[in-house]
Write a protein that binds this ligand. Structure first.
Ligand code: PLP
Length: 402
C-alpha cells in the first residue's frame, strides 16, 4: 500500500476500527455501527448460523440494544427480552410469538390501549384473526370467553388505561393455560418495580418503554420479555418484521432503567396523595386509582403489588363536564402538562376521548365507562403538594367560568 493515502481515503478510514480495548467502559457506549468485522470469516459464518453469539447486522441484534435487553430480562426475571422500536411493535410481535395466526382467536381486555384495540379490531381482523373483548376484571366472563373461542392468546394490561382496572394475573394464567392459550401481559403501567408477570406464570410481558422504563419523555421504545426459547423465536420474527430499536434510543432507555425504582416509588407516593385529595373534591364525580379502598380491584392491587404502591396513573371525572369543560380545565393547568404520553418525570394529563381512545367508537367508549368528562393523570416525580396546588387552581378557574 502506498505510504500516504489520498485525503479522500484517509478522511473515510482514519481513526476507525482501533484494536479491541483492554479496558471495559463503566457505562455502555452507543454503538452506531451497522457493520461488524471479524478477523476470521468463519466467525461471521458461525454467527449467521447461530452457532456463536455476535453481531452481523443491527436488524439481527446490536450491542447497545442488547445491553438494554439484558437489563430488561434481569428486571422482569425473564430468560430473554427483545427490544422493539415502539410499544406497538412489541405488542404486535408478542401476538405473533404467542401463536396468533389466521383462523385463530384472541381474547383481550376491552379497555386495552386504543392502538392495541385497533390493531386487533382492524389489522389482525383483516388477516383473519377474531378477537373477543371482555371485562378483564370479571374472571367468570374471561373464563367463559376463553372456553368458547379457544383463543391462541389472552391479552391484558396489568393496569388498564384509563380506568385503572387491575388484572389478576395469577388467575388469568390459570384460565389461559387450561385452554392451551398464551398469556400476554402489557406491564407498561406497573413496570417491574411493582410486578413481574412472568414470575407468576405469564408467557410474554410487553412494555411501551416510551413510558416508565425510559421515563424522561425523550425516547420511543418497546420490549417483550419472555423465556429464552420464546426470545429466540421473537428474534427470528424481528429479522423479518424489522421494528428494531435504534442504538441511541436503547442507550436512553438503559439509562432510564437505572432510576426506575426511585422514580416509581415517587410516582406511587404522588399518585396516592393526588387521588386521595381528588376524592374529597365536590367538583370531581369519580376517581379511578387502585390505591383507593373504593377501587373495585383495590384488594387485587394489594395482593399483586404489596406495599410498593399502586402505580403512578389515575383518572378522574369532572362532575357534569363534557369536552369544553375538560379543555378549560386542562388549559388552566400550569405545572401539569397536557401531553399525550405517560410515565414521565413530569406530571401529565390527557383527555382519553380525543387521544388514546379516539380510535374507539364513541358508543364503545361509553360502554367501557370512558366518559366525556374523564381526565387521565400521570403523576410525575415532583412534590405531591405542588401537583395538588396546580390541580386546585385549575379546577377553581375551570369551574368559576362555567
Ligand atoms: N401499551 C400501553 C399500555 C400504552 O399506554 C401504549 C402507549 O401509550 C402502548 C402500549 C404503545 O406504546 P408506544 O406508543 O410506545 O408504541
Amino acid at each position: 500500500m502506498k505510504e500516504r493515502q489520498s485525503i479522500f481515503t484517509r478522511a473515510v478510514h482514519a481513526g476507525e476500527r482501533s484494536a479491541a480495548p483492554d479496558f471495559t467502559p463503566v457505562s455502555t457506549p452507543v454503538h452506531f455501527s451497522v457493520g461488524y468485522i471479524y478477523q476470521d470469516m468463519r466467525d461471521l459464518d458461525a454467527i449467521f448460523g447461530g452457532q456463536r453469539a455476535g453481531y452481523v447486522y443491527p436488524r439481527y441484534g446490536s450491542p447497545t440494544v442488547h445491553a438494554f435487553e439484558a437489563a430488561m430480562a434481569a428486571l422482569e426475571g425473564a430468560g430473554d427480552a427483545v427490544a422493539f422500536a415502539s410499544g406497538m411493535g412489541a405488542v404486535h410481535a408478542a401476538l405473533l410469538g404467542g401463536g396468533v395466526r389466521a383462523g385463530t382467536a384472541v381474547v383481550a381486555a376491552a379497555d386495552v390501549y386504543g392502538a392495541t384495540y385497533a390493531l386487533l379490531e382492524r389489522t389482525m381482523a383483516e388477516l383473519g384473526v377474531r378477537t373477543r373483548f371482555v371485562d378483564i376484571a370479571d374472571l367468570d366472563e374471561v373464563a367463559a370467553a376463553v372456553e368458547e373461542v379457544q383463543p391462541a392468546a389472552l391479552l391484558c394490561e396489568i393496569i388498564s388505561n384509563p380506568l385503572m382496572k387491575v388484572a389478576d394475573v395469577p388467575a388469568l394464567v390459570e384460565i389461559a393455560h387450561q385452554a392451551g392459550a398464551t398469556l400476554i401481559v402489557d406491564n407498561t403501567f406497573a413496570s417491574p418495580y411493582l410486578f413481574c408477570p412472568l414470575e407468576h406464570g405469564a408467557d410474554y410481558v410487553v412494555h411501551s418503554a416510551t413510558k416508565y422504563l425510559a421515563g424522561h419523555g425523550d425516547v420511543m421504545a418497546g420490549v417483550v420479555a419472555c423465556s429464552a426459547e420464546r426470545g429466540l423465536d421473537l428474534r427470528e420474527r424481528q429479522k423479518l418484521l424489522g421494528a428494531n430499536l435504534g442504538p441511541q434510543e436503547a442507550w436512553l432507555a438503559l439509562r432510564g432503567l437505572k432510576t426506575l425504582p426511585l422514580r416509581m416509588r415517587q410516582h406511587c407516593v404522588n399518585a396516592q396523595a393526588v387521588a386521595q385529595w381528588l376524592a374529597g373534591q365536590p367538583a370531581i364525580a369519580r376517581v379511578n386509582y387502585p390505591g383507593l379502598e373504593a377501587h373495585p380491584q383495590h384488594a387485587v392491587a394489594q395482593r399483586l403489588f404489596g406495599d410498593r404502591g399502586s402505580g403512578g396513573m389515575l383518572s378522574f371525572e369532572l362532575a357534569g363536564a363534557g369536552q369544553a369543560e375538560v379543555f378549560r380545565f386542562m388549559e388552566a393547568l400550569e405545572l401539569v402538562l397536557p401531553a399525550t404520553t405517560l410515565g414521565d418525570v413530569y406530571s401529565l394529563t390527557l383527555y382519553p376521548a380525543h387521544s388514546s381512545h379516539r380510535q374507539v367508537a364513541p358508543e364503545v367508549r361509553a360502554a367501557l365507562g370512558i366518559s366525556e368528562g374523564l381526565v387521565r393523570l400521570s403523576a410525575g416525580i415532583e412534590d405531591a403538594q405542588d401537583i395538588i396546588a396546580d390541580l386546585e387552581q385549575a379546577l377553581a378557574r375551570a369551574t368559576s367560568r362555567q
